[in-house]
Ligand binder design. Structure first.
Ligand code: SAM
Length: 245
């Protein structure tokens, strides 16, 4: 559905139909998918400017246009990128795309088990834990229920990386939407069997733990360091970048 919303070609009839149902009921929802990707790109470019040359994209989703490795390798072809998702179809797509790369790779793992990700041979080959790492978690943590301890999960990843590392995070937050839209969104998530944790802005900010939130803090995604005029935020998503000091 994300791929379809982003104008991609790697989607099935069921994805397109479901995305169209959502779009019809919630016309701004697909624009939120674009807001999310544009935020990710601005944040990754910021990390590149800050000298980060290693990236771990957790819950990466299907490759499309302007993936993390596309941005990173435009700046530095020797920089490394590791993609992780627990969906084998997504991982297959990335593995096919990156089959001839020695600096970017993908594997299948569940981020609820950070040690499995951190100790995976692909990670330990491509990521040097003595140098800053950009940990990308866009539109991921709302799929992780409180009982799976998303705060602890972020903390474990952050504890493995040195100062100068960053976490790029966006999270579902429909506080800016009317109550009926929120109810419709929740009903879609239930009908698709996709867990969606609704967290307050304070709860999302708490996911950053001890990281220092870069200016402008946790904001609606298009308001995070806009690089050009954007449409009004859709009100579905908060985003921010934290730095380990
Ligand atoms: C909404 S998509 C976001 C994709 C991409 N990060 C983006 O921002 O466009 C969420 C992704 O997280 C993955 N995901 C959800 N739970 C996960 C888990 N426990 N471990 C790894 N990946 C997970 C899903 O398979 C999906 O690809």
């Amino acid at each position: 559905m994300f791929d379809y919303a982003l104008g991609g070609k790697d989607n099935y009839l069921a994805d397109r139909e479901a995305a169209e149902q959502v779009q019809e009921a919630l016309p701004t929802s697909l624009a939120a998918v674009l807001e999310n990707r544009r935020f990710m790109r601005r944040a990754v470019r910021h990390l590149l400017d800050a000298g980060v040359r290693q990236f771990l994209d957790l819950g990466c989703g299907l490759p499309g246009r302007g993936n993390v490795h596309d941005l990173v390798h435009a700046a530095d072809p020797s920089a490394t990128v590791v993609y992780v998702d627990n969906c084998p179809v997504i991982v297959n797509h990335y593995q096919a795309l990156l089959s001839s790369s020695s600096v970017a790779a993908a594997f299948d793992a569940d981020v609820r088990h950070p040690r499995d990700v951190l100790t995976h041979p692909t990670t330990t080959t491509l990521i040097d834990f003595d140098r800053p790492v950009g940990i990308v978690m866009t539109s991921l943590l709302h799929h992780i229920a409180d009982e799976d301890d998303p705060t602890g999960l972020v903390k474990t990843f952050v504890s493995a990386v040195p100062p100068g590392s960053h976490v790029v995070l966006s999270h579902y937050n429909p506080d800016g939407r009317p109550a009926e839209d929120r109810a419709v969104a929740a009903a879609f998530a239930t009908s698709f069997g996709i867990p969606m944790a609704e967290r307050s802005a304070a709860a999302i900010e708490a996911l950053f733990g001890d990281l220092v939130l870069l200016e402008p803090g946790l904001v609606e995604a298009p308001l995070w360091r806009p690089d050009r005029p954007y449409r009004e935020p859709t009100g579905w998503l908060l985003a921010g970048v934290g730095r380990k000091v």
